[in-house]
Design a protein around this ligand. Structure first.
Ligand code: FMN
Length: 307
């Protein structure tokens, strides 16, 4: 039996629902020779900001039980160089490119999007990283405030007709409320989850293991949080949800789909094996074959919930 792998989110059809997550696959061009990137459903780039950023001082990554903590601090080449250097390379890619945008004010996000819209490269979607402190809004993260999420989404919706995905943080009281604000602001989809805050201390030196002390925890340790968040979001909104957090296998991805995700992203697992996303895809297809699903999209929300 052949399994139909395609999924549609908003107005975009992806060849399959397995994407690589922002910040874990560079700009998508680095692993070109190691991995058949064209078999991925999409590549989500690292966050792009108006100006180039060095990011936080090292050390900025540490392994933790079933995961890792990072404090990269949005290191990136800035939107001008991204347009000049990366967009031309994407012309030869068959996989879809989703550009992730970050900023510290509404105008930061708007500036990056406007420049990308003018450049008119082969980007199919924007993913908006709202886990950034809003310097105009008392340094509170956009992600923790439904009002700021609504305002930001509305502003960006006015600037593009491309697929608009708002990426949510799990570190909030009610993730459904924030997802609803994104939906009300005109988002086509939401993605979840970004990292969970965490800290690791080297007891022998009595120092933090990463320079910033607190960083973002990712990997299998956060998978149950991500699955729960996706399930809560799907109860709150009717737009599609893209699930992530700790996916390392086809079974992990199927878990997210059953909880309601329409697609998934593989992040930290790429650090161990840049082809992790392809393994996840192959294992999802095998799962469907073995369990009588004729398409990957049938998995979305197929949870048997008798509670
Ligand atoms: C080293 C590293 C860098 C990341 N950088 C970004 C980023 O620039 N923008 C963003 O939206 N998410 C970023 N993330 C978060 C991931 O995209 C993802 O949401 C999170 O790690 C959960 O998925 P995972 O457990 O599969 O890694 C980063 C994660 C890691 C591990």
């Amino acid at each position: 039996m052949s399994v139909d792998t395609s999924v549609t989110i908003g107005n975009v059809e992806f060849s399959n629902p397995v994407f690589v997550a922002s910040g874990t696959f560079g700009y998508g061009v680095e692993t070109d020779e190691l991995v058949d990137v064209n078999r991925l459903g999409a590549i989500v780039t690292k966050s792009i900001t108006p100006q180039p950023r060095e990011g936080n001082p090292p050390p900025r990554m540490v392994e933790t039980p079933s995961g890792m903590i990072n404090s990269i601090g949005l290191a990136n080449i800035g939107v001008e160089r991204y347009i000049g250097e990366m967009l031309p390379l994407y012309e030869s890619f068959k996989t879809k490119i989703i550009t992730n945008i970050a900023g510290f004010s509404v105008s930061d996000y708007a500036e990056v999007m406007e420049k990308l819209e003018q450049a008119d490269g082969s980007i199919c979607a924007y993913e908006i990283n709202i886990s950034c402190p809003n310097v105009e809004g008392g340094k509170m993260e956009f992600a923790v405030d439904a009002g700021m999420t609504l305002t930001l989404t509305k502003e960006l919706r006015q600037r593009t007709e491309k697929l608009l995905i708002i990426k949510l943080s799990p570190s909030v009281t009610d993730i459904g409320e924030i997802a609803k604000a994104a939906e009300d602001g005109g988002a086509d989809a939401v993605s979840a989850i970004n990292t969970v805050f965490g800290m690791s201390i080297d007891t022998s030196s009595q120092r933090f293991n990463i320079a910033t002390g607190i960083g973002g925890l990712s990997g299998p340790a956060i998978r149950p949080i991500g699955v729960a968040c996706v399930h809560m979001i799907t109860s709150a909104v009717s737009i599609p949800v893209i699930g992530m957090g700790g996916i390392t296998s086809g079974s992990d991805a199927v878990e997210y789909m059953l909880a309601g995700a329409s697609a998934v992203q593989v992040g930290t697992a790429n650090y161990r094996d840049p082809a992790a996303g392809l393994t996840v895809l192959d294992e999802m297809i095998t799962f469907c074959d073995e369990h009588g699903f004729t398409s990957l999209s049938q998995l979305a929300g197929a949870l048997k919930d008798e509670s």
